[in-house]
Design a protein around this ligand. Structure first.
Ligand code: C2E
Ligand code: MG
Ligand code: MG
Ligand code: MG
Length: 281
């Protein structure tokens, strides 16, 4: 019967699944400790103004230095944290640390730029995003005009009116909102019209090989025109080659980000870059 079959399957797969489940549990249990014991840190990846080549912003990206496992990439633990809900704590830590660091740089007289923080979709339908942002801005003293939030299309899958309200509230504070990995999710270009978004980050998959793929380049061209017609900016993610960069500029992307310009850098290395950047205000 079905029950016996189910048991049989379970035993059959057990030897293969167990190590995976164990690793998952180990990481999941480790997250709480990681926060307590300061095992997280932020790296910062520059964004470049496509027209002038100037550094115009940075994106904060979390790194986990696990005492036994070494560096655990975000793709390995962010999804786990999203499952368990612990992402709310992580997002808060990242937001606070990014704001704190940016304020330190501003107070030191370095070039003033905006810092972007990735916010999980879960924060829109479970946590209290407004409260989190307000209390951490207050705690760090950073001017909200130097803050940007990166959200994915998944945010707009539920309670869209409530999500729009929250975004409008944040934008009224002066915070910028970007749609990250644009084009990989389910949102339609038609829906974009309704959203009070500042800019769209074109996913790396659209940029990769764009110079040799006519279909891809015409899709990207159309997206950029449409986004511009809605008075939003376009950021190209994952620009790795000079050809890709030239192409994105030709297509009138506003900002570029990718290994061609810089990998994500630890705070002290980013600081050197900020110090070299012309402090034009
Ligand atoms: P994302 O927000 O789309 O970030 C871009 C990812 O692409 C980063 O990986 C970055 O290091 C990588 N990248 C940047 N330029 C290039 C390039 O030219 N080529 C290639 N191949 N990759 C490039 P990372 O840091 O491993 O982060 C992966 C994802 O994990 C992020 O994607 C984001 O969704 C999530 N994530 C990272 N940090 C945080 C965080 O603090 N909070 C939350 N909620 N999610 C985070
Ligand atoms: Mg991002
Ligand atoms: Mg992205
Ligand atoms: Mg991505």
């Amino acid at each position: 019967n079905a029950k016996e079959e189910g048991d049989g399957c379970y035993r059959f797969f057990k030897p293969n699944l167990l190590p995976l489940i164990e690793e998952k549990m180990r990481l999941e249990n480790g997250l709480y400790k990681a926060l307590q014991e300061n095992q997280f840190s932020l790296y910062y990846q520059p964004k470049i103004n496509a027209a002038t080549g100037e550094l115009c912003g940075i994106e904060a990206l979390i790194r986990w230095k696990h005492p036994d496992l070494g560096l655990v990439p975000p793709d390995k633990f962010i999804p786990l944290a999203e499952e368990s809900g612990f992402i709310l704590e992580i997002d808060r830590w990242v937001f606070r640390e990014a704001c704190r660091q940016n304020k330190v740089w501003q107070d030191a007289g370095l070039k003033q730029i905006s810092v972007s923080v990735n916010i999980s979709a879960r924060h829109f339908y479970q946590g209290n995003l407004k409260e989190m942002i307000l209390s951490e801005l207050k705690a760090t003293g950073l001017d909200p005009h130097y803050v940007s939030l990166e959200i994915t299309e998944g945010v707009f899958m539920r309670n869209i009116d409530q999500v729009i309200d929250t975004i409008l509230y944040l934008r009224n504070l002066g915070i910028q909102i970007s749609i990250d990995d644009f084009g990989t999710g389910y949102s339609s270009l038609n829906q974009l019209q309704r959203l009070p978004i500042s800019d769209v980050k074109l996913d790396r998959s659209f940029i990769q090989g764009i110079t040799s793929d006519d279909k891809k380049s015409s899709i990207v061209r159309a997206i950029i025109e449409l986004v511009h017609s809605m008075n939003m900016k376009v950021v190209a993610e994952g620009v790795e080659t000079l050809d890709e960069s030239r192409f994105c500029k030709e297509l009138k992307c506003d900002e570029l980000q990718g290994y061609l310009f810089s990998r994500p850098l630890p705070a002290d290395e980013l600081e050197v870059m900020l110090a070299q950047a012309d402090p034009e205000r």
